[in-house]
Ligand binder design. Structure first.
Ligand SMILES: Cc1ncc(C[n+]2csc(CCOP(=O)(O)OP(=O)(O)O)c2C)c(N)n1
Ligand SMILES: [Mg+2]
Length: 577
């Protein structure tokens, strides 16, 4: 049999290092998956919802750096890929989406399931190609692969079934993928920066995901400058561990001394971060320098005194020998003390947690962090799970933390954990799920985990509400509305589906229940943790409008006859330790 276009596709994807393809088959994709089956080198992971497959792929691609393929078929199946591809774009994960397309002879006739891929994927995809002629194959597959891997994000190949099953032209299928280029600022700009650092009495560093490569250099620079190191959510896993200068996060999830460090320093160095919450960054009283390999990130969140384009590893390596060592450690010591008092507070939750009912999520998460293995991978749904991932869960050298941090979609954690459980067999993959998130996407595809007996631990924060929105609405000064719902017993549902289910209602059962879940290796576990629906977590620094908003919302709730709820919320969150 002669080689088909779809054979060339899988041949090239295999050469690009693709290990898995997640998705749902059907019509236009049938010749594509038939070729995948013939090829045999790439595992097909059938899912129950295409979006679940994409979130799984995003986590795998982000951590391994290898491209991962997702597929959905013409029209509706393709549409289900979209939210996950937006996530891939924002989290910088190399994903190649194969979108089934209508027959090439009826393109642009508004036929059944027809969708214009160029228009539809415009916001998500870094490169979209519609394969309407077999002669395009080598060039467009090559571009989709290289763009996804080198620009780190999603690309789309829209393929009509007739083109996929057409004979492939005799074209070479070999290509090379360059290692990341080294990028550092000009000597003139570096000299300027060295002068600014040397002139500043106190320096603070604030790092993001861009510190992933170069974290050792950043820590070394911080030690030389006696500079506290704060981080964004995406920077936490690279900068928190084995860093004597770590002072926590700033922003909505903020804790420790980070906010103060950033605001009290003479000079702030923002390293590889596109942290979007400008209100948590200092104003003109602090000199600010930003270094990022992406020029679009420079200066868009705050006005700068200097903006440099470079990757963090090579830029900081170049800075290290050039800057003068600082000798005064007072500023650093103050921020560290602030951070330590936060950790002491957290320890209170761990100690007092078993006696506080309903279960405090801080206690649940801190206990999980204590029991999980040193190389566990944690994933959080967008919602309050992010707060508990950011604060009580400790990263550690080999631990990994992930979520929809920049796109902020709900329902990502269970599929993220599933993707990493496949990519890193033997490692604990733990999803902190909202009950809203789990019922949105996680519950149906629990079946996928069950069928494959994939050992994913999903801990559901069962608070019978969209708690994050409940907090948001109060912060905005309005009466919480549309945020409550009723849940079934998730542990029983999990058992009925064929997974292990553990229900935890009593605080004194938290440790034992989590330990049992983590020890189970024979397939997925659902821990249904009934947590306090009124748990509030304020950032270490609350902007004035937040405080005003809560006051106004509480007042409105009291006036509308909800005094009981307000009192309960106060009692549960004030003076709990
Ligand atoms: C797909 C999607 N829909 C809606 C939102 C808005 N949103 C953000 S957090 C949230 C609530 C999440 O509720 P749940 O999963 O129960 O987690 P909780 O905050 O209660 O822990 C909502 C509705 C979103 N981010 N993504
Ligand atoms: Mg909830």
């Amino acid at each position: 049999m002669s080689k088909k276009v779809a054979d060339v596709l899988w041949e090239m994807l295999t050469k690009a290092g693709v290990k898995r393809c997640y998705g749902i088959v059907g019509d236009a994709l049938n010749p594509v998956v038939d070729a995948l089956r013939r090829n045999g080198a790439i595992e097909f992971v059938p899912v129950r919802h295409e979006e679940y497959g994409v979130f799984a792929a995003v986590a795998e691609a982000y951590f391994t750096g290898n491209p991962v393929v997702v597929c959905g078929t013409a029209g509706p199946g393709v549409v289900h890929l979209f939210n996950g591809l937006m996530d891939a774009r924002k989290e910088a994960a190399p994903i190649i989406a194969i979108a089934g397309d209508v027959e090439s002879s009826i393109i642009d006739t508004s036929t059944l399931e027809e969708l214009n891929p160029y228009k539809f994927f415009e916001a998500a995809s870094l490169y979209t190609a519609r394969l309407v002629n077999p002669e395009q194959a080598r060039a467009v597959i090559n571009t989709a692969i290289l763009t996804a891997v080198l620009e780190k994000g999603p690309t789309v190949l829209s393929i009509p079934g007739d083109v996929a099953s057409a004979d492939a032209p005799d074209q070479p299928t070999d290509f090379t993928i360059a290692a990341p280029a080294i990028l550092r600022p000009s000597d003139t700009d570096l000299d300027k920066l060295v002068r600014m650092i040397d002139e500043a009495k106190t320096v603070a560093l604030f790092g993001g995901d861009g510190c992933r490569e170069g974290r050792d250099e950043v820590v070394e620079l911080a030690c030389k400058l006696k500079a506290p190191v704060g981080y964004s959510f995406r920077g936490k896993q690279w900068l928190e561990h084995e860093n004597p200068n770590a002072v926590g996060m700033t922003g909505l999830m903020g804790y420790g001394g980070a906010y103060n460090a950033l605001h009290e320093a003479d000079l702030l160095l923002m390293l590889g971060t596109d942290f979007p919450f400008s209100e948590f960054l200092p104003g003109a009283s602090v000199k600010k320098v930003q270094i990022d390999k992406n020029p679009k990130h420079i200066g868009r969140r705050t006005a700068l005194d200097l903006g440099l384009v470079g990757d963090i590893k090579s830029t900081v390596s170049a800075l290290l020998p050039a800057v003068r060592e600082k000798t005064d450690g007072d500023f650093l010591a103050r921020q560290i003390a602030h951070t330590e008092s936060f950790h002491t507070l957290l320890q209170h939750y761990v100690e007092k947690g078993p006696g506080i009912k309903p279960i405090r999520p801080e206690f649940l998460a801190a206990t999980l962090s204590e029991l999980a293995s040193d190389d566990a991978m944690f994933f959080a749904d967008t919602g309050t799970a992010c707060i508990w991932l950011a604060r009580p869960i400790y990263g550690g050298t080999n631990r990994r933390l992930f979520g929809s941090f920049s796109w902020a979609s709900m329902a990502n954690a269970a599929p993220n954990a599933f993707g990493c459980a496949l990519a890193y067999p033997g490692r604990q993959c733990i999803a902190l799920c909202g009950d809203g998130g789990f019922t949105m996407l996680g519950m149906g595809d629990l079946l996928t985990q069950i069928e494959r007996r994939t050992p994913v631990v999903q801990v559901i924060l069962n608070n019978e509400k969209f708690d994050f929105v409940h907090i948001e609405q109060q912060e905005a000064g309005i009466i919480p509305f549309g945020v409550e719902f009723k849940n079934p017993n998730f542990a029983k549902i999990a058992e009925a589906m064929g997974a292990k289910g553990i229900r935890i209602e009593e605080p004194e059962d938290v440790r034992e229940g989590l330990a049992e879940a983590l020890a189970y290796k024979d397939g997925p576990v659902v821990v249904d943790a009934v947590v306090d629906p009124l748990a509030l977590a304020m950032p270490s620094h609350s902007p004035l409008h937040t405080v005003k908003g809560f006051t106004l919302s509480f007042a409105k709730q009291v006036l509308s006859g909800r005094l009981d709820t307000v009192i309960k919320e106060m009692e549960r969150n004030v003076g709990i330790v």
